[in-house]
Design a protein around this ligand. Sequence first.
Ligand code: URP
Ligand code: ZN
Ligand code: ZN
Length: 485
Amino acid sequence: MSKVIKGGTIVAADRSYEADILIEGDTIAAIGPGLKGDEVIDAEGAYVIPGGIDPHTHLQMPFMGTETAETWESGTFAAASGGTTMVVDFVIPGDEGMIAALDTWEERAARQASIDYGFHMAVTGWSQQIFQDMGTVVGRGVNTFKHFMAYKGALMVNDDEMHASFTRCAELGALPLVHAENGDLIASLQQKFMAEGNSGPEAHAYSRPPEVEGEATNRAIVIADAVGVPVYIVHTSSEEAHEAIRRARQKGIRVWGEPLVQHLLLDESEYANPNWDHAAQRVMSPPFRDKKHQDSLWAGLAAGSLHVVATDHCAFTTEQKRMGMGDFTKIPNGTGGLEDRLSLLWTYGVEKGRLTPNEFVAVTSTNIAQILNVYPRKGALIPGADADIVVWDPKAGKTIKAATQKSAIDYNVFEGFEVSATARYTLSRGALVWDSTSQSQPQPGRGAHVGRPTYQAVGRALSTWKELVAPRPVLRDPKMMPIGV
Ligand SMILES: NC(=O)NCCC(=O)O
Ligand SMILES: [Zn+2]
Ligand SMILES: [Zn+2]
């Protein structure tokens, strides 16, 4: 049975225009005026946009002695209700290793997800086994590897390990991702603040100033450039990190920056809240910054020196956050956002003139699909693409409230924020997964894994250029060499 989305204005990353969209099965069959289908989806007065892609989530992730409370079922339904049709989640291997961890993530996602998904794999050390497993993981459709420069004693890798892993990424045609904060420095600052009796959630922010992020961002870029591999910096939160990215891009280095909607809209005053729970619920890494940093991130999105907006959705309940009462270093790090990312970015980005509607589509979907190498299957409204489509209603506002959210946790860091636009309908490969006019339910098992091929063109360009400019020994005439020394 075909469907036609009628009466809306299509907003793509490159242009806006009025047309209907015909869907047959999983994909877009045609785009144009006056199309007919078996079922009509009303887009009158609305925009029609490619489904959002959240490139950074942590669903059911074991972390800091507990596990994130957002399940694949609740998380992907929450995402769909907010206009997101694909999440890319981080597989974090423990002692079981990469392959067994990937099996676990795949099994959970396949059983529970309402929308499509992909995976990034974390590299948390270095060994022959990891070297080998990275090849296997790439063969299973995972083309991105995450490196934590923070979380000392847990997930952190050092420069040697990062260099080895980046080199392997280059060989495989994979893209390294980096959590860029100087983990050694943070560990020292944490100890210092605890010793001084500074043990509340605010000390989390004191121990992670923007400089530690800027330094690590620069270091990650230098290592990637030395290896000859592109690099993607996750949760870019500060002007210092943005500056390192800008500087590198000016030199022709391929580096991408990912601000989060939380860092764009929430600031460090949250940690000064007299209510401990309120402050702890907002503990994440990097922490919220001040207005100067927020302005820098918005400017980067408009200017093209930052590229995508994610959520790093890593949702713990208030109860879990209380594990850090009396010791801020034990508060599980992470905040939520995947349900509200599009509404917030539209309201505080597009409605305020910081982004055009087309830039909004680029940073929430198209750029992400391109960088993660699933474009134009995802991130595009063109015939043949997956019918991951949102009918986006710019007049259907709401107030964000934990009491009405789909997310499984008991609070929302954006509680009380007014948003002016929401998803009227969300379609995932042609199936309605969110209908704001009725009570939609999760559709566990509907979502599918989207394998992502390796990056051939950029790898070839980088290795060709590296070879051309490689330092070479000077071939000297023996007559010009000193004799008898
Ligand atoms: N960001 C955060 O605080 N928690 C999730 C893990 C990570 O991405 O660092
Ligand atoms: Zn991180
Ligand atoms: Zn994360």
